[in-house]
Design a protein around this ligand. Structure first.
Ligand code: LRH
Ligand code: MN
Ligand code: MN
Length: 388
């Protein structure tokens, strides 16, 4: 396939949001490996995130997670992000690390605990106002472990009520993004297990409530691009949490396990031009780098998304429509595969170079000496990690 087309022009203003927690130490429940130079506070996480943007030009926003990224003066953190050429993206609430939440948070049977969880979200809204963020992202860990433990139905009613209270406190400029996950930490029932449940709550809440699709939150074999298409049809796909998985919610580098799935998802995105900034779809990463270097891991991730998007943009939409119309099953499939099988790496490197960016961002980061500099400078204090 020829790459002399203007099909890739749309890449110029495509951007990806990186998670603050990707720069901290993380691991499994078996072991957390520490990394020299890992950030000690949210400011240092932003400084690391700025490196990803510096070498790729693709990642100008950073998601926060509260209370992991709690600071004395959130406005100062927002201003610091701006000094680094970044913006604060979504603010994630955290409902999974408080003893009070053993039986749930927004869906808890006790009104006192539900009030506490709602109050946490009102605080998140204040942090958004101070930092310039517009997206409140809620992932609900609530659920039950044993049949009979609680009423599945009553939990939905309580959840709907709590969400309404949060939504009512939002400004017109703020969005509520609701993320689903089919299992974990609860193993019998999750209160927002799937896109249907998330969508129903969003439809009840109002237009500024939209669904977050985390690519690691589905049963194996799920056709994720179908869900993407369906949410886009209803204008309710608010954001992605992109990552890869081999087994469960692995949070590995996006495009590492199944680059073809990432391509198929982006084909549905491109079909309705939802890759454009005005679509409102926020392309976020939700990943952890347990054994690999974190900043290069993030650089690799944003490049993988760009590469998959470039291939999706190369799909010949006219040829595809014609093949479909004449019932040419193999022909239609071949149009998609032609785009997927195109090696776009040199073209993307040329585009980077033309924009004053390094052809090879990972090599350029390695040569910059930043990793050694922070390893030497960031001593003392507590290293921030996933959950710290
Ligand atoms: C839950 C989740 C959610 C959390 C993040 C740390 O599995 O995907 O998005 O906020 O992980
Ligand atoms: Mn997620
Ligand atoms: Mn997850």
């Amino acid at each position: 396939m020829s790459l002399s087309t203007g099909a890739l022009d749309d890449l110029a203003d495509f951007s990806i949001e990186v998670p603050s927690w990707a720069y901290g130490n993380s691991g499994t429940r078996f072991k957390v490996f520490t990394t020299p130079g890992v950030p000690r506070d949210p400011y240092e996480k932003l400084a690391d995130a700025a490196q990803v943007h510096r070498f790729t030009g693709l990642a100008p926003r950073v998601s926060l997670h509260l209370p992991w990224d709690e600071v004395a003066d959130p406005a100062k953190l927002g201003a610091y992000a701006q000094d680094l050429g970044l913006r604060i993206g979504a603010v994630n609430s955290n409902l999974f690390q408080d003893d009070d939440y053993r039986l749930g948070s927004l869906a808890h049977p006790d009104a006192r605990v539900r009030d506490k969880a709602v109050a946490h979200h009102l605080h998140c809204l204040d942090v958004m106002r101070a930092t310039g963020s517009t997206d409140l992202k809620i992932w609900l860990p609530d659920g039950t472990n044993y049949p009979g433990q609680d009423s599945l139905r009553a939990r939905q009613d309580r959840l709907a009520d709590s969400l309404r209270r949060v939504y009512a406190a939002m400004d017109d400029t703020q969005r509520l993004l609701l993320e689903y996950k089919f299992f974990e930490p609860s193993f019998y029932s999750m209160d927002v297990p799937d896109w249907g449940t998330a969508l129903l709550h969003c439809l009840d809440l109002g237009e500024r409530a939209q669904v977050v699709l985390d690519t690691g939150h589905h049963a194996p074999g799920t056709n994720i691009e179908f869900i993407v298409m369906q949410l886009l049809r209803r204008g309710r796909l608010g954001a992605f949490d992109l990552n890869s998985r081999f087994y469960a919610d692995d949070d590995l580098i996006v495009g590492a396990a199944d680059p073809f799935q990432l391509f198929r998802i982006l084909v549905e995105i491109v079909a309705v031009r939802a890759h454009r900034p005005d679509s409102g779809v926020n392309f976020m990463l939700d990943q952890c780098h347990n054994i690999e270097e974190k900043i290069p891991g993030q650089i690799r991730s944003v490049l993988n998304v760009e590469q998959a998007l470039a291939k999706a943009l190369l799909v010949d939409a006219d040829a595809l429509a014609e093949a479909r119309q004449r019932g040419d099953v193999l022909g239609a499939n071949a149009v998609l595969m032609d785009a997927y099988d195109t090696d776009v790496r040199a073209t993307l490197a040329d585009r980077r170079e033309a924009r004053g960016l390094p052809r090879d961002p990972i090599a350029a980061f390695a040569a910059s000496g930043y990793a050694a500099e922070v390893a030497a400078g960031r001593t003392g204090g507590t290293q921030a990690g996933w959950g710290a």
